[in-house]
Design a binder for this molecule. Sequence first.
Ligand code: AMP
Length: 433
Amino acid sequence: MTAKRRAKARMNILILGSGGREHALAWKIAASPLTTKLYCAPGNAGIAQDAECVALDIADHKAVIAFCQSAKIDFVVVGPEGPLCAGIADDLEKAGIKVFGPSKWAARLEGSKGFTKDLCKANRIPTAAYERFKGADAAKDYVRRKGAPIVVKADGLAAGKGVVVAETVQEAEAAIDMMFGGALGERAWEIVVEDCMVGEEASFFALCDGETAIALASAQDHKRVFDGDKGPNTGGMGAYSPAPIMTAAMNARVMDEIVMPTVRAMKAMGAPFKGVLFAGLMITKDGPQLIEYNVRFGDPECQVLMLRLMSDLLPALMAARDGQLKNFDLRWYDEAALTVVMAAKGYPGAYKKGSVIEGLDTAGKVEGVEIFHAGTKKENGHILANGGRVLAVSALGKTVAEAQARAYSAVDKIIWPDGFCRRDIGWRAMVRG
Ligand code: AMP
């Protein structure tokens, strides 16, 4: 390519979102030779080091479109599920702006658990046996017939709070009342009740262009807030990649038995899936089973995937949007990556915002370390906590153990008395040696 053509190929990019996932995406996309100017809306203090942050309400699609037009944005990368389920990809494409992320119809894979379960059943995709319910009485009858343990899920988006793994029938009945009663902020209009699966969980990511899918690296996250996987569920307290349980054979099974049948089914129903498909898996004694789909990168899994990705991310995201993944190949570093989330004390319950964080520069100099910001803002030259999950302290290493040692070495250099983190991220990989 001549210098002139290369200059023409360079682009203005906008990332939507403000978490650690978006910081990792911004870090990677900023490094692409194809990027002329990178914006992020609304972004955070860490993202501001890699992109120009724009104070936009990303739920306001008209405002996002107006910004894209005024800043001559060539490509938009959507981080979180909320805007995708609300149809931001459709609205941007209608306005002539190219976007990475599924349409509203395709985003039902995350937006409706009932939709996904029915799709699995119709296409023989392995998942737990289930029923859908629109009322509490029938759901409770079903629970009494099935017995416990049993899992109760609100149909729609619930920011990770819509799932109860009930150990007893009484607990399941209480969850049903809770969901139909409106305790999730909005009254669930439908729930799914499903069998409890037993095994080890893993996160699997595939880039999809509506027809083809290519597997990305695997990862494992840590949902519970305290060491030893204790305490309430969170958005994720840490992750590492690769997940040892995801052998090459297991990856191939997941592609053949779960991802590709889904991609084909979505295309056949006129809702081709373009974007990143994130399968939450239970690796049972009978093989991989789908727990749920998400229609975007996981947070904090994205942080470890971006550290391990050797190839330029941007052309891959564009090929997914353009339906051109067929001959695409991505290269990965052999090293392992691990990320430790630092959260505000009290998270996932009530927590304070505004405490000062120091030592980030020193921590960031530890070999192999990259600190992604999840919820920070800058005020008078200070970095302040501005959310529940605040930092994702990430590292590459020859092994998970080395990545872990580096990440915690950086954590220990961060001075933030109002924050905390788990000290055992990566323990499953350590146990396996
Ligand atoms: P989800 O939001 O669907 O990923 O569920 C949150 C968590 O609940 C999962 O990461 C699992 O730990 C657990 N879970 C969900 N569904 C099941 C199931 N059918 N069997 C066992 N555990 C489940």
